[in-house]
Ligand binder design. Structure first.
Ligand SMILES: [Zn+2]
Length: 176
């Protein structure tokens, strides 16, 4: 079957031929009706063409959208690959007994104060959030604080007594 535009144009051409015949025959009634028919056919051809153009435009937009989505998907895949590469080197460590945090690839593990620890809960949610060390104070334990979520924070123990005197040397308090 011919496409709608070709069909509309050949219908209009047929009306035009009818009009030519009517003109050649100098038949005024036929000329009038042929003119009217040609007019209708041309209008119909124009409408068909317009709706086809709109369809083409919609298809073009759809194609562009798909193209954009494809590029985005490719970008996301790349991000995922990078993330997997990046996360490969993170290692679980215990800044205090039973307290778990990640250390970055290639980093040294020393005291909680000097080690770059990352929140294990955030890590499980695909975020690498550095924990912030807070020193022990009177009645307050040392903490590794998660800036994202208070309840992710790790208590490390070692609160100081409230006397102004130095803490008696207690090997159990120091060496967990
Ligand atoms: Zn966290």
């Amino acid at each position: 079957m011919a496409d709608p535009i070709t069909a509309a144009i050949s219908a209009a051409r047929f009306s035009y031929d009818l009009l030519s015949v009517a003109i050649a025959a100098r038949d005024e009634a036929k000329i009038k009706s042929a003119q009217q028919e040609l007019n209708e056919r041309l209008t119909s051809a124009l409408n068909t063409t317009l709706s086809q153009v709109q369809t083409m435009h919609a298809l073009e937009l759809e194609t562009q959208k798909l193209r954009t989505e494809l590029v985005e998907t490719k970008g996301k895949n790349l991000e995922l690959v990078r993330e997997i590469e990046k996360r490969r080197g993170y290692v679980l460590a215990q800044p205090a007994p039973g307290k778990w945090a990640y250390t970055a690839p290639g980093s040294e593990t020393g005291s909680p104060e000097s080690t770059a620890y990352f929140c294990a809960t955030c890590y499980a949610e695909k975020r690498e959030i550095p924990l912030q060390y807070s020193k022990p104070r009177v009645h307050v334990e040392a903490w590794l604080n998660c800036p994202m979520e208070r309840k992710h924070s790790l208590s490390l123990g070692g609160a100081l007594p409230d006397s102004g005197r130095p803490e008696p040397d207690n090997p159990f308090a120091r060496n967990w």
